[in-house]
Every structure is written in C-alpha cells, then in structure tokens.
Design a protein around this ligand. Sequence first.
Ligand SMILES: *Cc1c(COP(=O)(O)O)cnc(C)c1O
Length: 421
Amino acid sequence: MHIETKCIQSGYEPKSGEPRVLPIYQSTTYKYDSSEDLGALFDLKLDGHMYTRISNPTVAAVEAKLSDLEGGVGALCTSSGQAANFIALTNIAKAGDNFVSLASIYGGTVNLFAVTMKKLGIEVRFVTPDMSDEEIEARFDDRTRALFGETIANPALTVLDIERFAGLAHRKGVPLMVDNTFATPVLCRPFEFGADIVIHSTTKYLDGHAQTVGGVIIDSGNFDWEKGGKYPELTTPDDSYHGVVYTRDFGKAAYITKARVQMMRDLGMTPAPMNAYIMNLGTETLALRMERHSENALKVAQMLKNHPKVSFVSYPMLEGDSEYALAKKYLKGASGVIAFGLKDGRAAATKFMDSLKLAKIVVHVADARTCVLHPASTTHRQLTDEQLRDAGVLPELVRLSVGIENVEDIIDDVAQALANA
Ligand SMILES: *Cc1c(COP(=O)(O)O)cnc(C)c1O
C-alpha cells in the first residue's frame, strides 16, 4: 500500500465486533490464565504484554504503524525524542565505547551526547560533511559503535548524504542511525538509502499538533550484528533473561527486541497509552500535512529570498540552496521549516519576531500552526560559539516553522513583520 493509506490504516486491524478506532488501553497490567503462561512471557518465549512499562496494546499498534511507514521490522515508542536517541545508542554502546556523529544536529541531542553520555563514559566524536571520507574514517576505532546524523538537521537545515554516510558506517562495521524527525517517512525513508536505525522525535510532525511529547526507534533489520564481533550484548547470552541471545532468538528484530526488553525494562522511558493515541491521530493526516507544509514553506522561502531586509534563506528545496542537490536526491519535500537571517542582525531578528501576529513565538517546530523561534537565545543557548557555528546557527538566525494555514495569510504576516523590523 501507499504511504497515504498506511498513515490511516496500518497498525490496527479490528476483528469482528471490536472497536473500529484504536482504543486507549489505560491499563498497567494484563491477566493470565496460568502462572506458567506468565513465566513463559518473562522468559521471552511467548508473545504478549507483561506490564505497560515494557509494552501496551495501544502503544504497540502505533509502533506497528510507525515501523510500517519507515519499512522496518519493528519499533519502540519512547516518552520523548531524547529518550529515543539515548536508548538507540546505549542499546549498543557502553562505558569505554564511542560513536561518531555529524556535528550539525539538534541542540538537545548535542547536550545529551557531549555532556550526559560523556559522564556515562560514552564518547561522541563530531564530524562535518565537508571532511573527506579519509578524515571521517580516521575518527573511528575498534570501540566505535555507531554513526549518527539527522536527515534534515535541526535547525541548520543541512541534508544528510545518507548513501555516503551509510557507506562510511558499513565500511567501519557499524550501523548508520538517522534521526528522521523533520523529514518524516512521508518525505524520506532513510532505510531505502542504506540507513540501519531510524529515530524520531514524534513530538514534531508525527504528532503535528503540538500536543504530545514522544519518540520512536525503528529497526530496519538489515544490520549484521554478528559480523565483526563488535556487539556482544546482542550476540552472547543475556543473563537477565536466562541466557537469551538476541541475534539467535530474534533474528532480524534482535536490536529492537533488546531495546524493549532490556533497555526499556530498566530505564522506563515509557510513553503513556493516552499520548500514543493522541500522537496516532496526528499521524493519520501526516501525508496530507507534509505535502502542504512543504508547499507552503517553499513559497514563503521564495518570498524571503527576494526580500531586501533578508540576508540569507536556508530551505533545502529552494533553488540555489547549498543543500538543493541532496534535497532533490533524498527528499520529496523539505518540510515546513525555514531558517533565515536579517541584514540588521540580532536586534532586527528580535523586532521581526515580536511583530508577527499569526505566527507565534514558541519553543517548538513542526506544528500545524505557523510558529517562530530564535535558536541562539533559546534552544541552543547552552552551546559555545564554536558549537553554534558547527551546528549552523548564527546569532541573527530565525527559524520559521511554516504551518498548514492558507499560504497567503502566512506571507502577509511575514511581510508586515519584515516591514516593522
Ligand atoms: C525535538 C528533537 C529531538 C528531541 O525530541 P523531544 O521529543 O523534544 O525529546 C531530537 N531530535 C530532533 C531532530 C528534534 O527536532
């Protein structure tokens, strides 16, 4: 089936007489006919729900849909995008290990990688796309466990050359993990270009209405964890489950099964069934929304590009943009997010934001409602000047998240605010 159909139909298939719409299973607990059944569940010999920290029928239906949208073998929903990235990496990296990441990524992820994971003994090594393959490969060693990047980087709006970085990762025997938050599976499916693990902050377009914080990890099932012997936690017995060996017992779903039954069991970064339900309502209209977000944003970007007060506009699908060739190769649209700068610098950027009427100042992107943010003074204020530059964030940069309202109303609002700035 096509992606528009999957957004609506995947993940939940009611039997005769059951609710047509996915129910909210607001239950922590499940009932068993015998203690033997429950014992088999605990040994991972039987499929089923044990406890909502680990799985829940509402959440499971949403996971099945998201996995289907990306073309994976399984998914794990988490309480936030931060939790998804943390579990995705710590599922295969421990103290003493390291991983390589593109520097141009979300500010919260930079903090998670460079501050908190460092304290846990897991080292991040940042690279930039202008480095040669040899320079990037030199950042890997025998303790490197993954390569990480974002399809459309937040907020720099650089586009990941997925085939190039998948090639690099695989030559080094590690998986490529791609945070596909801004593109969504409607605009790009990274597995089709060689990525192994996909992560989303579902808080953004998958929800799409600024209502629930959440995340998801999706496993392509394509990475060979046995080759090279780098992932003993997947290929040797797990004592916390009577000697389960994930690759032997779960095959292509080894990684995502371990993420759930070990990491989620122990860390408890669980989404609420109610939140999964609300997020799923948003996902039903994802294909429609991404088309309109992308169409509207391209028109706003073209208007900004021709405006005398604007110093630069970044929008990957804008002809002449540094990312245009990569965008054409990997994306069906470039989402609603635009970054631009004002010639008169930081003060003019602030005046512009304060003059907007329809677009509201928020700490969010990827909402049906047009909204705006100044990264240097908000989401990225913890970063040093050098980290800001590496993340592609200038002090005068404004991030505009174009919604799905009528584009003429959005353009009128931006024009009057620019006139004021
Ligand atoms: C927002 C965001 C995150 C963090 O997700 P939360 O749901 O806010 O925890 C991670 N990656 C990207 C690209 C994001 O935009």
